[in-house]
Design a protein around this ligand. Structure first.
Ligand SMILES: *Cc1c(COP(=O)(O)O)cnc(C)c1O
Length: 387
C-alpha cells in the first residue's frame, strides 16, 4: 500500500504555522518562573519589563525602526484595526481628513475595518485600482491622493493570491502628499525583509503566527509623529496606544520567531521558490481550464494559488482533505456558502472561475515528496468534481 496516501499533509501555511521549537523554548520561562506584571515596580515586574523591552529592541532592529515605534498587540487583525481606526480618527480630529483609500484585495481585517469606518463613523471610503494580478496602480493612487485622505492602506503580500505590491513606490506617493501610509505585512513578513525606512512606511502590521510564532500576538510599527489614538483604552501600556497587561511569553515568542525568520530568509527562499514553481507548472500543465491567480513571479515565496473553471472550491477542499491534504480556498468562505471570493472577483475573474479557487502554501517542513504526491492526485480530483 502507498504510505504517502495515508499520511496527512499540511499545505496551508498561509493560514497559520506551528510554533518553532526555539520560539517555544524561549517563551516557556515567562509562563511560570518570570510571570510578573511588567508594570510592577518589584523585581518580578522588572524581569518581565526587561524581557518586554528586549523583544521590542529586537523587533525594531529587524524592521529598521526605533524601539519606541513598536506597539505590541493581540495579533495581525488588531494591528490593522489600531492602525486604520486609530489614525483615521486622529487625522479627522486634527485636520478634518475624512477619506480612506484601500485596495480592493485587502484581508478582511483591513477591508471590514474600512467598511465600519464608512458605515458607522461616516468616513468616505474608496478602492484603488488594481491590475489583473492584484497590484495597486501607482498612477491611480497619485491621481486620488490629497489632504482630504486620512489614511491609505495597501496589503504588502496578498494572503489569497500571493502578489507582492510595489510598496516602496506606493508609500513614496503618500509621503509626498503627507498622508499616512499603512501596510498589512502580516503575510509578507514571513518572506520579505521589512525595512520601514527604505520603504517610507508610516504604519506596518505584523502577526506572529504567520511566521512560526504563537497565535494571538502581533505588532504595529507606528512612525513617530504619525497621528493615532488608541482603540483599546485603559492602562498606560505601549505608549498609551494599547491598554492591557502585557502577554510577555507571547511577545518574547513573536520577537524570537521574527529573528529566526529574518536570519534564515535566503535559505527558506532557496527551498520554497523551486518547489513553488514546480507545483505551479505541474498543476497548470496537468489540469485543463486552470489558471494561476496573482503574479507569476512577483509573489510570496511559498504561495501557489489557482482557479479551476466550473468547480466548487469548497467541495475540492473537502475531497482533498479526505485524501489527506490540507489546503485552502484562500478566502474565508465556508462549506455551504459557495459565494466566490471578493478578491478574485475584484481582479477581474468571472464567478464561474472564481468559485473554483485553491490555495496551496508551503512550509519549512514541506518535502518534495509531499508535493509530488499532491500533484499525482489533484488532476483526478478536479476531473471527478467537474462531472
Ligand atoms: C492572517 C492575516 C491577518 C490576520 O492576522 P491574525 O493574527 O490572524 O489576526 C491579517 N492580514 C493578513 C494579510 C493575514 O494573512
Amino acid at each position: 500500500m502507498d504510505k504517502s496516501l495515508k499520511k496527512n499533509t499540511y499545505l496551508d501555511f498561509a493560514a497559520t504555522s506551528p510554533v518553532d521549537e526555539r520560539v517555544f523554548n524561549a517563551m516557556i520561562p515567562y509562563f511560570r518562573d518570570d510571570f510578573g506584571n511588567s508594570s510592577s515596580i518589584h523585581q518580578w515586574g522588572q524581569r518581565s519589563e526587561n524581557a518586554l523591552e528586549n523583544a521590542r529592541i529586537s523587533v525594531a532592529r529587524t524592521i529598521n525602526c526605533k524601539p519606541t515605534e513598536i506597539i505590541f498587540t493581540g495579533g495581525g487583525s488588531e494591528s490593522d484595526n489600531l492602525a486604520i481606526k486609530g489614525t483615521a480618527l486622529a487625522r479627522r480630529r486634527l485636520n478634518g481628513a475624512n477619506k480612506i483609500l484601500i485596495s480592493p484585495v485587502e484581508h478582511p481585517a483591513v477591508s471590514e475595518t474600512a467598511r465600519q469606518l464608512k458605515e458607522v463613523f461616516d468616513f468616505e471610503m474608496e478602492y484603488l485600482q488594481v491590475d489583473e494580478y492584484g497590484r495597486v496602480d501607482l498612477v491611480d493612487l497619485e491621481a486620488r491622493i490629497n489632504p482630504e485622505v486620512a489614511i491609505v492602506s495597501i496589503i504588502f503580500g496578498n494572503n489569497e493570491i500571493g502578489t507582492i505590491n510595489p510598496i516602496r513606490q506606493l508609500a513614496g506617493i503618500c509621503r509626498q502628499a503627507l498622508v499616512p501610509f499603512h501596510t498589512d505585512a502580516v503575510q509578507a513578513a514571513a518572506h520579505i525583509q521589512m525595512d520601514v525606512i527604505r520603504d517610507q512606511i508610516d504604519l506596518l502590521s505584523l502577526g506572529a503566527h504567520k511566521f512560526y510564532g504563537p497565535k494571538g500576538v502581533g505588532a504595529l510599527f507606528v512612525r513617530s509623529g504619525t497621528p493615532i489614538i488608541p482603540i483599546q483604552t485603559g492602562g498606560k501600556q505601549e505608549s498609551e496606544l494599547r491598554a492591557g497587561t502585557h502577554n510577555i511569553p507571547y511577545i518574547v515568542g513573536l520577537a524570537e520567531a521574527l529573528t529566526i525568520t529574518n536570519e534564515n530568509m535566503n535559505s527558506f527562499h532557496e527551498k520554497f521558490i523551486p518547489m513553488r514553481d514546480f507545483l505551479i507548472d505541474s498543476v497548470l500543465a496537468s489540469i485543463p481550464d486552470s489558471k494561476l491567480t496573482g503574479h507569476p513571479s512577483n509573489r510570496l515565496a511559498n504561495h501557489a494559488s489557482f482557479v479551476f473553471k466550473g468547480l466548487d472550491g469548497n467541495e475540492l477542499l473537502v475531497i482533498l482533505d479526505q485524501h489527506g491534504f490540507a489546503c485552502s480556498s484562500g478566502s474565508a468562505c465556508k462549506v455551504g456558502n459557495p459565494k466566490p471570493s471578493e478578491v478574485l472577483l475584484n481582479i477581474g475573474l468571472t464567478p464561474e472561475w472564481a468559485s473554483g479557487s485553491l490555495r496551496v502554501t508551503l512550509g519549512r517542513t514541506t518535502t518534495m515528496e509531499e508535493i509530488n504526491s499532491f500533484i499525482r492526485i489533484l488532476p483526478g480530483v478536479v476531473k471527478s468534481l467537474r462531472k
